[in-house]
Design a protein around this ligand. Structure first.
Ligand SMILES: Nc1ncnc2c1ncn2[C@@H]1O[C@H](COP(=O)(O)OP(=O)(O)O)[C@@H](O)[C@H]1O
Ligand SMILES: [Mg+2]
Length: 439
């Protein structure tokens, strides 16, 4: 590529001439990233498209500037810029040379390589630069397999990973200028916060959606982008209509149990295709599948899995009726909150629990080798029959797994139930989200 072409691209994305919009600070992630910056590792930032990875990188650059790092020592490259005509390690070297020639960095530069998975063989280049101590490197990508299987080993033991999710409820509130940092901040504001929770469930948690009026239009746009760029194009899909139908099927079945066989019957396509596509959906952080808890791995693998989506707004925009399904969407919100937490506690695992009598518990959290928590989500617990069923399942699981305290997350109900020397806390979702979230 021509030097001037490269320079034109770099000029548009960098802060050499003036600051770039970096949005509202996301303290939890920024603190974590700052900690990583002090280490001598390559940093990888992964997460769903539009979760805010690029903005987080910009926030990090803003922070570094505030700490006195000179502008010319920072380089940001967006490899999704369509003006890049070729994407290989040669171009990476060229970019770096152009940057050095025109900016004269005075110290070891800090490189932010955004959507780096677009570059064939990027790991080799990053490793070389890292080993030769030519730069501090932060890369980002919207695919869980940012580090490809063949090349990932090149960076094994040399990188720290940060997963960025769309907004937690606490972040969502702070995007609307509501700061809840202590229990006292909630006093007298319950009704207002419940109102925001409804909006959070309905329109989801992507940062841009939270701040925009055109929520549905943007969400549909996100969906099209994800489908065409991240799925159809990247994986060279020849059956786009089946893939689209499968995503819609999953998005309208969040919090339900599924088997590939059921999806196969519904879509009249092979279980193989469904399994392959489902793996891609996981790779791009669109859909999660939750396994059943069992001490036997075989049993875990044979059991149906539960479906969750990265965003409840996406489910609603694509046709799930909000008011009829609020219970399932609320369960999806709990799942996402647990996933966020898990990203900061890598030794935990998530499952659901089910026994032979079809008693179910929504979430089992395993820390290390033992089960640490059980959570049941029951939006409407007012009905006595429902309450008895949900509580019965929970207590059975508590007995089986030797847990003495568990929680039921509800819409409104609060309290405590003692049963067979087991303690169950009832807690409204808004309260649980504010107490339990980690960032
Ligand atoms: N911290 C933030 N404050 C304000 N808006 C944000 C923030 N993070 C993301 N956004 C909005 O969401 C959009 C997508 O964020 P971006 O960082 O580009 O996502 P990603 O790089 O993960 O795909 C941005 O264009 C911006 O409108
Ligand atoms: Mg980005």
């Amino acid at each position: 590529m021509d030097k001037n072409e490269i320079l034109a691209i770099l000029n548009d994305w960098n802060i050499w001439r003036g600051d770039q919009e970096a949005g509202i600070e996301r303290g939890g992630y920024l603190d974590k990233l700052e900690g990583f910056m002090r280490s001598d590792y390559v940093i990888t930032i992964t997460g769903p498209r539009r979760a805010g990875k690029s903005y987080l990188m910009r926030q990090m650059m803003r922070k570094l500037r505030e700490e006195g790092i000179k502008r010319e020592n920072l380089l940001f490259v967006n490899f999704e810029d369509p003006r890049f005509t070729s994407l290989d390690t040669r171009v990476m070297t060229q970019v770096f040379e152009v940057y050095r020639e025109f900016l004269f960095p005075s110290e070891r530069p800090i490189l932010f390589l955004d959507e780096v998975q677009e570059v064939e063989g990027w790991e080799k280049w990053v490793r070389m630069m890292h080993e030769l101590k030519k730069a501090k490197i932060i890369v980002s990508g919207s695919n869980a397999h940012l580090l490809s299987r063949e090349l990932g080993t090149l960076l094994t033991g040399r990188h720290l990973d940060l997963t960025v999710f769309p907004l937690s409820f606490q972040e969502f509130l702070s995007f609307h200028q509501i700061e809840i940092n202590a229990p006292l901040d909630v006093a007298g504001r319950e009704t207002e916060i419940k109102g925001w929770l409804r909006r959070y469930i309905e329109s989801g948690s992507f940062p841009q959606i939270a701040l925009s009026e055109q929520k549905r239009e943007i969400l549909l746009n996100y969906f099209d982008d994800l489908l065409t760029k991240d799925l159809l194009r990247r994986f060279r899909i020849r059956k786009p209509h089946i893939m689209k139908a499968l995503i819609k099927y999953y998005l309208s079945n969040v919090s339900n149990l599924m088997t590939f066989m059921a999806a196969e019957r519904f879509l009249h396509t092979s279980a193989d295709t469904i399994q392959k596509f489902s793996g891609y959906f996981e790779d791009v952080y669109l859909i999660y599948f939750l396994n059943r808890f069992s001490f036997k791995v075989k049993e875990q693998e044979k059991s149906p899995r539960k479906i969750y989506a990265i965003d409840t707004g996406l489910c609603n925009a694509l046709g799930l009726r909000f008011s009829e399904n609020i219970g399932r969407l609320a369960e999806n919100i709990v799942f996402l909150a647990l996933k966020r937490k898990q990203a900061f506690q890598p030794d935990t695992e998530l499952f659901y629990w089910k026994d032979l009598h079809h008693r179910e518990v929504d979430f089992v959290i395993k820390s290390g080798l033992s089960v640490s928590r059980l959570i049941q989500v029951c939006w409407n617990i007012e009905d006595e029959k429902t309450k008895k069923r949900e509580l019965g399942s929970l207590v059975t699981a508590m007995e089986e797994l030797h847990i003495s305290h568990a929680a039921i997350i509800t819409e409104e109900r609060e309290g405590e139930i003692l049963l067979n020397q087991k303690r169950v806390t009832l807690i409204p979702l808004w309260k649980w989200l504010l107490e339990d979230e980690s960032c």
